[in-house]
Design a protein around this ligand. Structure first.
Ligand code: ATP
Ligand code: MG
Length: 316
C-alpha cells in the first residue's frame, strides 16, 4: 500500500465577492503515489500548486475532484486516521505567541492523545538544536528558530509520513544542514518524506523520486537519476562582458556575467567555443560541468504548455 496516493486530484478556487478574480484551476488531474519509506520531492515554480496539494493532503483544503489516501485512509472520509499518520511542516509560520516552545510541543502531543511524551520532546529539542530555547516564548524566537519549532510540532506524534513545505526557506546554512541530518535520519528509520523546495541541489541530494508541477499539472515524474539523465549531458560555464552571438544567446542562461550553455554532446562544446571565438567574445573562467537538476527544471519549465504525464501506478 502506498504511503500517499493522489488520485486525479483537482482544485478550483472559486470566485468570491464582486471584485474577486474569476475561478482559478490550481490543480488539474494530479495522480501519483509515494511509496512507504520513500524520500520524494515535489518541485515547481511559485504558484505551481504545491502548497495547494499539501493543504488537500493535510485536510485543510477540499479537493474539487479526485481523492487522496494516506496509508489507505481517505483524507476527507477518514480525516482523524489519515491525519494521525501525517506530520506536516507548513510553509507559513503560524503560532500561538503565548506558548513556550515546550508548551507548544506538549499541547500538540496532547492533541494527538499522547500523554507521556517528554522524553521524545527532549529528543526533538536536542535534534533540532532548540534545547536552550525550550522555555522561551514563541514570539522571542528568530524566524529560523520558529521554523525549527514547526518541524518539532509536525513530528511530536511520531507520524510515519512527514511532509515538509519549503522547510529551509529563510534558514541559514548551518541550520539547513542540521535539519537535513535530522530528516535524513528519520528517512533512514523508515519514515516516508514528501518535500517541496526551491533549492534544487537539496532535492537532487535527498530525493529518490521527483515530481515536477507546472500550472497545476504533473509534467515530469521519475527517479532523480532518470530525470538527470534526460538533461543535456554537459553545461559550458564561463564569464564574459561581451554580447553573445544570437544563435548562442537563444540557448544561454545568463546570470550577470555568468553564462551557461547546454551541450548535449561533446561536439557541441567545440561548436560553442568556435562560435564564441568567431564572434570575438572574450571568456574567462571556463568550466565544463555535468548537468544538474536545475538544468532539468529550467528545460522542463521553459517547454511548451504542459501536457499531464499519464497517471503512474506505484512507479518505482
Ligand atoms: N485561497 C486561494 N484562493 C485563490 N487562489 C489561490 C488560493 N491559494 C492559492 N491560490 C492560487 O493557486 C495557485 C497555486 O498556489 P500554491 O500556493 O499552491 O503554489 P505553490 O506551488 O505552493 O507556490 P510557492 O512556490 O510560491 O509556494 C496560485 O496561482 C495561487 O495564487
Ligand atoms: Mg507553496
Amino acid at each position: 500500500m502506498p504511503a500517499i496516493s493522489f488520485q486525479s486530484v483537482s482544485k478550483v478556487y472559486a470566485s468570491t465577492g464582486k471584485h474577486a478574480p474569476p475561478p482559478f484551476k490550481a490543480l488539474d488531474d494530479v495522480s501519483f503515489d509515494i511509496e512507504e519509506g520513500e524520500f520524494f520531492g515535489l518541485l515547481g515554480p511559485n504558484g505551481a500548486g504545491k502548497t495547494t496539494l499539501i493543504s488537500i493532503l493535510a485536510g485543510l483544503a477540499r479537493a474539487s475532484g479526485g481523492r487522496v489516501l494516506v496509508h489507505g485512509y481517505d483524507v476527507q472520509k477518514d480525516f482523524v486516521a489519515a491525519r494521525r499518520h501525517l506530520g506536516i511542516v507548513p510553509q507559513e509560520l503560524v503560532f500561538d505567541p503565548f506558548f513556550t516552545v515546550r508548551e507548544a510541543l506538549r499541547f500538540q502531543a496532547g492533541y494527538f492523545g499522547l500523554r507521556h511524551s517528554d522524553d521524545w520532546i527532549d529528543e526533538l529539542l536536542d535534534g533540532l538544536g532548540l534545547s536552550d530555547k525550550a522555555g522561551a516564548n514563541m514570539r522571542q524566537l528568530s524566524g529560523g528558530m520558529k521554523r525549527r519549532v514547526l518541524v518539532g510540532l509536525a513530528l511530536v506524534h511520531k507520524p510515519p509520513v512527514i511532509v515538509l513545505d519549503e522547510p529551509t526557506a529563510g534558514v541559514d546554512v548551518e541550520l539547513r544542514q542540521t535539519l537535513w541530518q535530522f530528516i535524513s535520519n528519520l528517512s533512514r528509520r523508515g519514515h516516508t518524506v514528501l518535500l517541496t523546495t526551491h533549492y534544487l541541489e537539496e532535492a537532487e541530494a535527498l530525493c529518490q523520486r521527483i515530481a515536477m508541477l507546472k500550472l497545476g499539472r504533473v509534467i515530469a515524474l521519475d527517479r532523480t537519476s532518470a530525470l538527470l539523465a534526460k538533461a543535456a549531458a554537459k553545461v559550458l560555464h564561463f564569464k564574459t562582458d561581451d554580447a553573445l552571438p544570437p544563435a548562442l544567446a537563444a540557448q544561454a542562461r545568463v546570470t550577470g556575467r555568468i553564462v551557461e550553455l547546454p551541450a548535449p554532446m561533446a561536439a557541441e562544446v567545440e561548436h560553442h567555443l568556435a562560435a564564441l571565438r568567431e564572434a570575438g567574445v572574450r571568456i574567462e573562467d571556463l568550466e565544463i560541468r555535468k548537468a544538474d537538476l536545475e538544468d532539468v527544471f529550467i528545460q522542463l519549465m521553459s517547454g511548451p504548455a504542459p501536457a499531464a504525464v499519464p497517471a503512474l501506478e506505484h512507479a518505482q
